[in-house]
Design a protein around this ligand. Sequence first.
Ligand SMILES: Nc1ncnc2c1ncn2[C@@H]1O[C@H](COP(=O)(O)OP(=O)(O)OP(=O)(O)O)[C@@H](O)[C@H]1O
Length: 282
Amino acid sequence: MLLEVRDLKIRFNSRHSNIEAVKGISFSLDRGKTLAIVGESGSGKSVTSMSLSRLLPPPPKCEVAGEALLDGENLLEMSERRLRSVRGKRIAYVFQEPSTSLNPYFTVGAQIEEALKFHRSDVQDFKQESIGLLEKVGIRDASSRYGNYPHQMSGGMKQRVVIAMALACQPDILVADEPTTALDVTIEAQIMDLLRELRDKEDMAIILITHNFGIVDGFADEVAVMYQGKIVEQGETTQVLASPKHEYTKALIRCIPRLGVRQGRLPVVDYAAIAEKEASHV
Ligand SMILES: Nc1ncnc2c1ncn2[C@@H]1O[C@H](COP(=O)(O)OP(=O)(O)OP(=O)(O)O)[C@@H](O)[C@H]1O
């Protein structure tokens, strides 16, 4: 198993409050496979993925417990020095808003080269390799786009550049955290197609973090549904979509817009009803 997360707990402490953001979750991921972590805002998806590269504030502000084994080695206890060979190298991230991952003052080519110089000692011609990466993520006329600044590109193109930067280090795991939320629907489909194609070609595992069950269908092998810091349902995507067990999963699935079906009011997740049903199960 490539990644095995066991009983992960994340807690934020401040003078005024302690938040248990993640309350003991477990999941695993094989090479070349995709796991979607689905849940609404605040359910703990992002902090879960960030904990894998120890991108969260240090204790006492944030306390992380449990295990996250990458090829059997616990990421949560690894020395900072060792972790540097994992962060961005074996685990890379693509976040929601491409502009926050790109520096507006440098060309996209220079930024991809920077990622290559940092992570890849095997590369001889950085410019050529960067242009190759731009081509790989589907940017047409890559050699002239290489000299563009981020503001000269559309949102979809910028997200492709961010994906190229992530690929520069040939990661084992790509964490895509709401990678299409800032993009419109047609571009969303293109970026999801690109991720699917890269996963298959590069034999990379993907952790897709999203609130949108619609993009999980046909993309992820497995899904873990997070609700208030816990995984409430987990399994093969086709299985979960066909027969969801938990009320919260059912509510999220009801929110998927269906092609050709006129949607009246957007379905609303009825949390009071979910809490009531949950309580009656205890
Ligand atoms: N740096 C931080 N300090 C304090 N609390 C935090 C911090 N980061 C996250 N949290 C809290 O942890 C909980 C989980 O946040 P997280 O960002 O993982 O949610 P999410 O499901 O990814 O939602 P979103 O899609 O909005 O990011 C939230 O209650 C959030 O307020």
